[in-house]
Write a new protein. Structure first.
Lengths: 451, 225
């Protein structure tokens, strides 16, 4: 089904048709029953009239025609017939309308008994019959006669029933159509927020708008907030890529200029070699750093959460291999259920760099703690890495996170690790603080990332 | 010691091979993962240097295949991508160390030596056994403090034996670890070399650093202290 409206219309339409069908059927049945009862009542009245005006004596039964007021009794084949039959089966009297012998009759009812029923006559037509047996005493014997009032079903009954049906179903049909129309219009009105959201997104794609700004109903708010989060994080990434490319281009100009100068210079080959090597080192570092920055994903509300403990263990296993000969003792203080709602490779990057740093500089012991901080409506992941190494001179603490600055001149690695950690902290609107570890007396790095 | 290099960038591969040979290794090299994996399965290397970004089958798959086949020699991976995701993936696949490109050749050499030592169970860089001292970083051997002048192959033999002190090393094994694939070997050469080595290390036959066990092989007999 390609449309919400047609789904709803189909569902409501079908159930309404079923409902109306049942109601119509029930009403139809009720009307039929009512009409039958009315017919029975009418025929019964004719019985009483006839019994009242019939003159019975030894010669037979006579019914004065001027006292039988119902016209149909006097018109041949009118559809309304009356007959009085004796208990010997002989017809003692019948109305002048009764000329067709195929009209059914009921005889031999016990006295004072009545019966109302519907029968098919020998001519194939259906008739209502009201039969009543009465007796009177004329000396010397008791006589029992059965009166039959017979009315053809198609005389009154069928017409009434058909008329009722016609008007019933036409009004039910009209109601259904009206309802479907109302539903269609209601759907259109209800789905209007979705149409509005679609329009806004088109405007965002065209660059005429930055995020969804409409006031949306409660049910859509979760969706629109997520969409806005997605838009903002992908725009932030785009921004970061743009900045990294621009920064890369600019910062490469200096070492390239220096190399150009060296190429034009006439210094000694040894000096030249050393200067070139240094510029190459700088360029490598810049490239590596900008690549890392561009690869940072940053905050993204729709990403799968990462198990922090398992990630720390993975990094620890790798570092234990690399520093196997050092025999570092690592302690991990974190809940095994702790989750980080951010990019996994960003978290790997910060944990990897901080732990690598700690392993490199420690004497024997490294401690890492991870926990969630909730303050002022925001949730943050806090990582604290401490080592028992020489620590960092507080005067150099802020410079260590600059690209390329190390607290000594060691070779190995590119020197951008802590700069990358700081960069990622900023991408997550967090902080990186460096001071001395109170417990282990080496360096302490405290990193927070907003989730 | 015998080393395997798998690197698809030919200039870098040749540079690495030359440097390791200079450092006293017998070197086999390959520019693709298929051949590299085969070599690692066939020969008992002391160290392998594997580039992660290979065409066709990746460096990590090669290492995984080796570990699945019980090939335990140490492996150091070279990766162009410095993200921790790649480092962790490499180490989880079975590598023992990693280096991010571009790197200094000396850094690679230091790490290679450290891995070789570590897998031999030796903690200190220099191997001391009695009056004999072997320094892999300078490829020099001293006896009672005096430098002993050895040829490349003599050094290799002594280095391998000293890295497996007390173990009986068969001629076949020793040959495997001395020569790269393409070398034209003559099995008698080994005996000649051992003889020459003994004469240089032990001119008056008092020290007996290298024992011959008939039918079994050779053993470095001096203990470390």
């Amino acid at each position: 089904m390609r449309s919400l409206t047609s789904r709803l219309l189909l569902a409501v339409g079908l159930s309404f048709i079923a409902f109306l069908g049942l109601t119509g059927y029930a009403l139809d049945q009720a009307f039929q029953q009512h009409t039958e009862e009315a017919t029975a009542k009418r025929l019964e009245n004719y019985i009483y009239t006839l019994v009242a005006i019939a003159e019975i004596d030894d010669d037979g039964i006579r019914v004065p025609a001027n006292m039988l007021l119902e016209v149909d009794f006097h018109l041949p084949n009118s559809g309304l017939y009356a007959r009085i039959t004796g208990n010997d089966g002989h017809h003692r009297w019948q109305s002048s309308s009764l000329v067709d012998p195929g009209v059914p009759e009921i005889t031999n009812l016990p006295p004072t008994r009545s019966l109302f029923t519907r029968l098919r006559g020998r001519d194939g037509r259906e008739y209502f019959i009201f039969a009543f047996a009465f007796s009177w005493d004329t000396p010397p014997q008791e006589h029992v006669h059965t009166v039959n009032i017979v009315e053809a079903v198609d005389k009154h009954y069928l017409k009434q029933v058909r008329e009722f049906r016609r008007s019933l179903f036409s009004s039910l049909g009209a109601v259904t159509l009206a309802l479907l129309l109302v539903i269609g219009l209601t759907m259109r009105w209800s789905l209007q927020p979705l149409r509005r959201a679609a329009n806004e997104i088109k405007r965002i794609e065209q660059g005429r708008q930055d995020i969804l700004r409409g006031d949306y109903p409660k049910e859509l708010r979760g969706l629109t907030e997520n969409i806005n989060g997605l838009i903002q994080s992908s725009q932030a990434r785009l921004e970061r890529y743009r900045n990294s490319s621009a920064d890369l281009a600019h910062s490469l100009k200096t070492p390239l200029a220096l190399l150009q100068g060296l190429a034009d210079s006439h210094g000694s080959s040894e000096e030249l070699r050393r200067a070139v090597a240094e510029q190459i080192r700088q360029i490598n570092q810049i490239v590596e750093y900008q690549l890392q920055r561009a690869a940072t994903s940053g905050r993204n509300p729709l990403t799968q959460p990462v198990n922090v403990y398992r990630l720390i263990e993975k990094v620890a296993n790798s570092l234990n291999k690399v520093y196997a000969s050092k025999g570092v003792r690592l302690q991990i203080l974190a809940s095994k259920q702790l989750l980080f709602h951010g990019d996994e490779s960003d978290l790997l990057e910060v944990v990897g760099n901080l732990l690598d740093n700690a392993f490199k500089w420690c004497r024997q012991r490294v401690l890492i703690q991870a926990r969630v901080l909730r303050q002022g409506g925001s949730t943050r992941l806090q990582l604290i890495v401490e080592d028992d190494g020489p620590g960092i001179d507080p005067r150099l603490a802020s410079r260590v996170i600059e690209r390329g600055v190390r607290s000594d001149g060691h070779a190995g690695g590119s020197g951008i690790g802590l700069a990358v950690v700081n960069d990622i902290a900023q991408a997550y609107h967090g902080t990186l603080d460096i001071d001395q570890s109170p417990g282990l007396h080496g360096a302490r790095f405290q990193l927070t990332l907003t989730q | 010691m015998r080393a395997l290099i798998i690197e698809d960038e030919l200039q870098l591969k040749d540079q690495l091979a030359a440097r390791l040979r200079q450092a006293g290794f017998a070197v086999d090299s390959s520019d693709n993962g298929e051949e590299g994996r085969y070599l690692g399965n066939e020969y008992d290397y002391d160290i392998a240097v594997v580039d992660v970004g290979l065409p066709g089958i990746s460096g990590l798959e090669v290492i995984q295949a080796w570990r699945d086949g019980q090939r335990d020699f140490p492996v150091i991976i070279l990766t162009a991508r410095g993200r921790w995701q790649e480092k962790v993936a490499g180490l989880e696949a079975g590598a023992d160390d990693y280096l991010v490109k571009p790197f200094h050749m000396e850094e690679l050499l230091a790490r290679v030596r450290a891995l070789v030592r570590r897998s031999a169970g030796i903690a200190q860089p220099r191997i001391q056994a009695g009056p004999l001292c072997l320094d892999p970083s300078t490829q020099s051997v001293t006896l009672h403090g005096q430098t002993v002048d050895l040829t490349a192959f003599e050094y290799r033999i002594l280095a391998y034996l000293m890295l497996h002190p007390g173990e009986v090393i068969s001629k076949t094994t020793l040959t495997e670890h001395l020569y790269d694939q393409d070398f034209d070997r003559d099995s008698n050469v080994l005996e000649v070399l051992i003889g020459r080595l003994r004469r240089k290390l032990d001119p008056d036959n008092s020290l007996r650093p290298i024992e011959t066990l008939r039918g079994r092989g050779y053993r470095f007999a001096l203990s470390e202290h």
